[in-house]
Design a protein around this ligand. Structure first.
Ligand SMILES: [Zn+2]
Length: 689
């Protein structure tokens, strides 16, 4: 071989010197009769147009490919390459091809990549590897690689079918780019099914080394440790790569300069699909049209991301969910107009929604024009607490609050009053920990409903405006906890107190008047409409309640049995369902806080601490234990049965047997504005214990 090369080299050199004929032509003129066949010994092996590494690459071979060549010089071999249908001579670095070549590393491409005992797919399978496994092997023939495997402690020769693997580049080159996908995953091995060891935000700069045709290799730091990971080439872009993402914040702005202080050229609603290029890690560059003129603008990378979950109102009757992004595709489901639907934007024409049909979940599509996405701004003015706040007003406001803040507020009916009025519970917040607040156990104390309802709206507004209330971070608290409100536990009683007999069927009047000691003025009414005092119903010291009338009465009758009133059953049902960490029962009047019911030791101390904080927030007086407590109240029961902190807060200056005046509300709100937030925050802490 060596000798032959030298002779060949000499011959060609002479030719060159004499005739100055280009290499390619020279080879054609003097074809080498000695042909060899060898393997490509690297990944990849290039064939150059002339024998120089900076020459044009006219063909690329993969490691293990069979190549026919002839000797050309000490450093180069020549080979025939067909380019555009014409055969021409190409040049391969002599070390890149040979009968015996160095081993290589490659990755398994199939989820079951087999190692066979013989170079045949029908041979015995010695071992199977998952996609992404990195393996060592040696070129064997045109179709097979050879490797060794451990089988039962023995080293065996095995064979890998070439299409089952891809050889890793022999000389990786360093590169840099940006994470193009949302998010860009780094996998533990070069397979999309491998474990994700790190994710990069779109636009993050990436440094990598080339690896295979589909993967780059990256070094990442995972919990303080340097690791090798793999990123899909398609997920890496450069400054010219067109990226896309959705506006994740309301009013995502495109600025004239990469600065929030610069002029806003345009704003986009949450969920709008946007296209842009990377400017730097914090800013993307986008072309926007302002008055028909294209302008380059800048958008904060934090304003765009993966498709956000949106809530919107169905506009059509029916609003259809299609199986494909086409109105002519199959209809999976149809909704009535006016409902709140949940979906994610796909593009600016279609949304994606998950629907359940016959118990099975399907992905469907809603035309963007068939729904109106609700984007809360925190600018609502729904609850007016300066009025005699009726049950019907409350029901209307609950629906309005839900429609204004559907991702933060939900509601459900937890039962019906004795005379069939649905009892509503409203959930406010996104956190797992639950707190419970309720009002109007007692009919004449309906100003507590005004407080519950106003609190819901003010907290929702502050959440979206990212404002604090009484120093409490509403946004963080409502992300950590959910406050369940039952704004009006006793809707029958409240309605009777506010509207009198006319709100009830004639057949009941006689008995209502009797329970009201002969009076047609129901302003002092405290019980439910059946004359049961709902806050003397709970099964905590119920048997020993003192001063209970022998039968139904406008106040104080504890009932014939504990927890027998429909309204109390509804409250207990919700407590079972949401398992609140803390509870506040709002009553009026007197500006005092009840916080103890026979608890001792650590629980007494713990609850006392909470009570003292509530005292400092409200300015109300704490009631300390003396003698035998009366019992039967919600808070008594909650403290005793749940062994959790419960508080009865009596709002307003003391009024005798009537409702406090609505004019009191401005003081009530000032004193109680932080109570729900404090209780929610502490509930989140308790839930972690
Ligand atoms: Zn009360």
């Amino acid at each position: 071989m060596r000798k032959f090369k030298a002779v060949q080299f000499l011959a060609v050199s002479l030719l060159l010197i004499q005739l100055f004929i280009p290499y390619a032509q020279a080879a054609e003129v003097q074809p080498d009769p000695e042909m060899f066949e060898g393997f490509a010994g690297k990944q990849p092996v290039y064939v150059y147009a002339s024998p120089a590494k900076n020459a044009k690459i006219i063909k690329t071979y993969a490691y293990g490919d069979k190549i026919a060549y002839r000797n050309f010089s000490a450093d180069w071999h020549a080979t025939d390459v067909t380019v555009n249908g014409k055969v021409q001579t190409g040049y391969i670095a002599a070390g890149d091809v040979g009968q015996t070549v160095p081993g290589a590393r490659g990755i398994a491409l199939n989820e079951k990549t087999n190692i066979y005992s013989q170079p045949s797919v029908n041979a015995k399978i010695l071992k199977t590897y998952p996609a992404g496994t990195i393996m060592n092997y040696q070129a064997h023939d045109a179709e097979w690689f050879r490797t060794t495997v451990d089988a039962g402690g023995k080293r065996l020769t095995g064979y890998i079918y070439r299409p089952d693997v891809e050889t890793i580049v022999t000389h990786p080159s360093a590169g840099s780019g940006f994470a193009a996908k949302i998010p860009t995953n780094v996998y533990a091995s070069p397979s999309a099914k491998a474990k994700v060891i790190k994710t990069y935000k779109q636009g993050s700069p990436l440094q990598y080394h080339t690896f295979t045709s589909r993967w780059h290799e990256v070094t990442v730091v995972v919990s303080g440790k340097k690791m090798t990971g793999y990123v899909s080439k398609g997920d890496v872009g450069d400054r010219n790569t067109q990226l896309s993402g959705y506006a994740v914040n309301n009013e995502a702005a495109v600025y004239s300069q990469p600065s929030v202080k610069s002029q806003k050229l345009k704003t986009y609603k949450k969920g709008t699909l946007l296209k842009y290029k990377v400017y730097n890690a914090s800013w993307f560059q986008a072309v926007v049209y302002v008055n028909g003129k294209a302008k380059t603008g800048y958008i904060q990378s934090s304003d765009v991301g993966a498709a956000p979950t949106l809530k919107g109102l169905s506009l059509k009757n029916p609003t259809r969910v299609y199986s494909k992004m086409s109105r002519s595709s199959k209809v999976l489901k149809a909704y009535a107009k006016g409902l709140v639907l949940t979906y994610k934007p796909v593009n600016n024409e279609w949304h994606q929604a998950t629907v359940t049909v016959n118990g099975k979940k399907y992905t469907g599509y809603i035309a963007a024009g068939d729904v109106k996405t609700i984007i809360p701004t925190g600018d609502t003015k729904i609850v007016n607490p300066y009025q005699v706040y009726s049950y019907n007003e409350m029901v209307r406001d609950i629906e309005k609050l839900y429609l204004a803040y559907p991702e933060l507020i939900s509601y459900k009916v937890i039962g019906k009053s004795e005379y069939g009025r649905p009892i509503y519970a409203v959930a406010l917040g996104k956190g797992k920990a639950a707190a419970l607040i309720h009002g109007s156990h007692h009919a004449r104390e309906w100003l507590t409903t005004n407080l519950n309802m106003y609190m819901i709206e003010q907290y929702a507004k502050a959440y979206y405006k990212k404002q604090k209330i009484g120093g409490f971070n509403v946004y963080d608290i409502l992300n950590a906890a959910t406050i369940w409100f039952i704004p009006m536990v006793n809707p029958d009683g409240v309605t009777l107190q506010q509207e009198g007999l006319k709100a009830f069927p004639k057949s009941l009047h006689k008995n209502l008047i009797k329970m009201n000691k002969g009076s047609k003025n129901f302003k002092r009414w405290k019980a439910n409409a059946k004359g049961v005092d709902l806050n003397r119903q709970y099964n905590a010291g119920w048997k020993t309640i003192k001063g209970s009338p022998s039968g139904p009465m406008y106040k104080n009758f504890k009932g014939y049995k504990p927890e027998s009133a429909a309204e109390v059953k509804a409250v207990l049902k919700l407590v079972r369902e949401v398992d609140p960490e803390m509870a506040v029962a709002y009553h009026s009047s007197g500006k005092i806080i009840y916080w103890n019911y026979l608890q001792t030791g650590a629980r007494y101390k713990r609850d006392h601490e909470y009570a003292k904080k509530l005292r400092s927030l409200t300015g109300y007086r704490l009631v300390y234990p003396k003698g035998v407590p009366s019992g039967g109240g919600f808070t008594d029961w909650f403290i005793q049965a749940k062994k959790r902190p419960g508080f009865t807060i009596e709002i307003c200056k003391y009024v005798y047997e009537t409702n406090p005046p609505v004019s009191e509300f401005k003081h009530v709100w000032k004193e109680n504005q932080a109570v729900g937030l404090y209780v929610a925050r502490e509930s989140a802490k308790l839930a972690k214990k």
